[in-house]
Design a protein. Sequence first.
Length: 586
Amino acid sequence: MAVEVSGGRAVYSVSFQGREAIRPSALGLGLEGAARLDSNFRLVRSTRSEARDSWKPPYGERAEFPDRYNALTVELREEIPPRRTLAIEFRAYDEGAAFRYRVPGQPGVSSFAIGDELTEFRLAKGAFGWETPIAQDVYRRVAIDQMTRASERPFLLELPGGIWAAIAEAGVEDYPSMFLTSLRAERHSLGAKLMGTAHVLAPFTSPWRVILLGDRPGDLLEHNYLLQNLSPVSRLKSTDWIRPGKVLREVTLSTKGGREAVDFAVRNGLQYIEYDAGWYGLEYAEESDATHVNIDPQRLNKDTAYQGLDLRQVIDYAKSKNVGVILYVNRRALERQLDAILPLFESWGVAGVKYGFVNVHTQPWTRWLYDAVGKAAAHRLILDIHDEFRPTGMSRTYPNLLTQEGILGNEGLPDATHSTILPFTRMLAGAADYTYCWLDPRLKNSWGHQMALSVLLYSPLQFVYWYDRPVAFTQESVGMEWFRNLPTVWDDTKVIDGRPGEFAAIARRKGSNWYLGAVTNEEARDAKLPLDMLEANRQYTATIFADGDGSRDIRKASKAVRRGDVLELALKSRGGAAVVLSPNNP
């Protein structure tokens, strides 16, 4: 990473293993009601530092995160009135680069409004990106100079010279979201676009702007912990009460349905059930009251056996079976009743809350949501945030935020190509609640594909059987065995192979076992996966769950393997395979 003041402007560039990734790009802030803070600078001072650390999260995609970088902070001052000062902090990692703005307290600068950032990411001609206009949409591979709309982040890039990169942000707490858009002055490059005005006070520090770099798209996923490294450390005194796990959605909104869901969870290795929308009335009504049980008449079950909800009875029954109950609450009730419902739910014995349809992107709503996560932690409530919210490392600060949506999930019934893109785009931001479906006849992909995705798409709190009810499981399937024993947090993660839009194969370790998932797009594919992650000089049993005859048939097989072997999987069109690699006794 190189930094200089050129022509009175702060300019940075980034190289990766001797190859140019980001060409010399200007930095600055566009202010409302004041001159831009981006030019006529001279360098006042620079300060260097370094870190060679690591830290252990309470849960994650690996047991320990390295945190090693070289840092440079430059202080710039305008040479013309009003002679304001701007500092920029840069960090260079093996995994990528990051920078953020600082406006120190100074005469004449106390409160100000940032209308937009003047942050550039200049690229060589011929770069491609994977854009999506909203968090819950499909991705489109597009030449950067052909972009016509702002895109969500992280933003995956294929750069000339064989470099893969992604632009993201970290530590967004009291600031609008940053989207990416094609630069007007240089259409094959990108610029930051703030989703609203930021009203700030000096001294002010912006979120981090992050550039992940790698030789393969899988390198970026393996290094996505960089976003958490750049986020504030945990603000919780204890995390032993935070329990990851799998969840079954309860949709009958009844006592009988709740007890059946608990029993199903016990039989099938699930840790939670969740009462979804409608348990406290019409979720879209501004007057909806989440302090009382009041079944939405539109969602009332026609079967009288599944009418009536004694929520406290279900919670007590679930706790007796070591199953937690999560309650969904729409933003309308959250915004009016948050400070009332959180202590109330804690007194009921509720394990967690799913925040629904939260407002996102602007500074006020970002601040509100960050505070709402912290307030839930104060009442020992785990969280899932649905809809358009995408993480920027907040789970390091508040580990009770186990997951969030910000993804076109399985309830949207996307195709197989979408599945091969997600690991290299959305998943760079962190955990994603994909809402798995199993029995739904509308599924476009095979059961083997579904099983593999539970490894590919990390989520400490993982919803399974989204559209399914316990009474629908009239017989055991081999696939249920897989979900029953599946962990949701990991000690290590390796991307074996993959390319967005084509296929993906990822292995994750829990204890001494490795869990491997592989999916393909619409095309059948013979995958050859080297098992280099296995412990040397030890034999493993590979239990393979693969598609059989038809999309709803799973065949189970076993074979002995060792490190250095190549696992060959014949993936059918829209299919996949899930594998457990367990070490044999010495």
